[in-house]
Design a protein around this ligand. Structure first.
Ligand SMILES: [Zn+2]
Length: 460
């Protein structure tokens, strides 16, 4: 059993229910689990028992961040010039043409890029939504899982799907849609092979039809049935743009949330990405059902989709979390910047007091964990929970003079990147350096990603 003591933590924010704040704190970790936590000099027994001691002087430590919406493969098509200034619908129609060239190796490499970039900003648990399966490439999710294992983060891949081609009134080209049978068989295969229901599980599968633009109601129903049978979470994009709402009204004669209600999708096992354009009625309905949502502010600004009404959603009872999203619409994988953007944007929408650092950090930690059904295991630093944590330096030029509120400094000042990061007790970043990867390996990943990106975008 490996025992780690982290001591002299200048500012420790566990994100427990009491919103505690400890100074000169310590955390003791045994076999990936937090078994002691407190202030001041750690008890001698802990000091004696530790195999590894990390001092966190001048560091801010908090739970690792939970990202609830992403598309890792899109790191291959960030910042594509042709759609740099496009709205969602035009952006995706162009990108579908490029994504037809995706394969499993590209998904593996691009997932490494997304995961490592996120890890550097303190993400220790992430979901992903992969819905592009060109013919002959059935193992895209397997490739992502392999990448997440290589990086060492906790992973909630959701098996995306597209069944409604452009010829049938949807958005994707025929070459990227699959039959319902193919989709459901693969969902079940992934669940049987990878879904770990055990405590502190590192991989849990969710089911995620892409959006109303890409799937049929019958696939939504069948996916829900499978999720109930297998006790899985459900995810999709919803209420992202005004055009989507119009599409839904024209095609189904319903608003998106009402349609989800008809389909049986308004349940606590569901979380929606974006969730921007809702009527009062839909908001109440979603809150009453206890659904979750991912707030993806950078992507929503980039595509000019709108601003999610976080305050009203929370007041209605919707469970909120943060989604970095992208990476073709963000186009970075930085959770700290995402929180900063999200906080500022809410203030623009609802006033300066509408969002505090504590509130948005709660969404990125304990509330995100709850949305992924992991609230008992991660999302806060408490005895009995997994040792998923992140530390940031407070003694830098960029934070000098900004320490009146160390927690706020994380979002209002420029923290650069995580100095320390542990997942399940394993140290993945120490002194700002990735521990599992050396410079040569990182260079190879970057070179390969750029080669693959050129191949997709320019056919080179
Ligand atoms: Zn998305």
């Amino acid at each position: 059993m490996k025992r780690t003591l982290i001591r002299e933590i200048a500012e420790l924010y566990p994100f427990d229910q009491a919103d505690s704040h400890l100074q000169d704190g310590y955390i003791f970790i045994e076999d990936g689990l937090i078994t002691a936590l407190g202030c001041g000099e750690p008890p001698p027994a802990l000091r004696m028992a530790a195999d590894q001691v990390i001092t966190a002087r001048d560091r801010l430590v908090l739970p690792g961040f939970v990202n609830t919406h992403h598309h890792f493969y899109q790191t291959l098509t960030r910042n594509v010039r042709a759609v740099q200034n496009s709205k969602l619908e035009d952006w995706i129609l162009h990108l579908y043409q490029l994504w037809q060239g995706l394969d499993e190796e590209m998904v593996y490499r691009s997932s490494l890029v997304a995961l490592l970039e996120m890890l550097k900003s303190g993400v220790t648990t992430t979901a992903d939504h992969h819905y592009v399966f060109p013919q002959g490439c059935p193992k895209m999710i397997d490739a992502e899982i392999e990448a997440a294992r290589a990086v060492g983060v906790r992973f909630h891949p959701t098996r995306g799907s597209m069944s409604l081609s452009v010829e049938e009134g949807g958005l994707p080209p025929r070459s990227l849609v699959q039959s319902e049978e193919q989709i459901l068989d693969d969902c079940l295969r992934l669940v049987r092979r990878y879904h770990d229901r055990g405590p502190r599980s590192m991989v849990r599968i969710g089911l995620a039809p892409c959006s109303l633009y890409e799937v049929t109601p019958s696939l939504m129903r069948e996916t829900l049935r499978l999720a109930e049978e297998e006790d899985l979470l459900l995810h999709t994009h919803l209420c992202e743009t005004r055009d989507e709402v119009l599409f839904c009204r024209e095609r189904f004669g319903r608003n998106p949330v009402d349609l989800m209600d008809d389909l049986g999708w308004l349940t606590p096992r569901t979380w929606f990405a974006h969730f921007i354009h809702l009527t009062e009625d839909e908001l109440t309905k979603a809150g009453r059902a206890g659904v979750g949502m991912s707030y993806c502010s950078s992507s929503n600004m980039r595509l000019a989709s709108g601003i999610a009404p976080i305050g009203p959603l929370q007041a209605a009872g919707v469970r909120t979390s943060i989604g970095i999203d992208g990476s073709a619409s963000n186009d970075m994988n930085n959770m700290v910047l995402e929180m900063r953007t999200g906080l500022l944007l809410q203030r623009l929408r609802d006033g300066a007091g509408s969002m505090t650092p504590l509130q948005i950090l709660s969404m990125a930690t304990r509330e995100g964990a709850a949305v992924l059904g992991r609230g008992q295991e991660i999302g806060s630093l408490e005895i009995g929970k997994a040792a998923d944590l992140v530390g940031f330096r407070l003694d830098t030029l960029e934070l000098a003079g900004g320490l009146d509120d160390p927690l706020g400094a994380l979002l209002f000042c420029d923290v650069k990147g995580a100095d320390l990061c542990l997942v399940n007790g394993e140290v993945l970043i120490r002194n700002g350096e990735l521990q599992r990867w050396d410079a040569e390996e990182l260079e190879a990943i970057i070179r390969c990603q750029n080669r693959n990106s050129r191949k997709l975008i320019r056919g080179e």
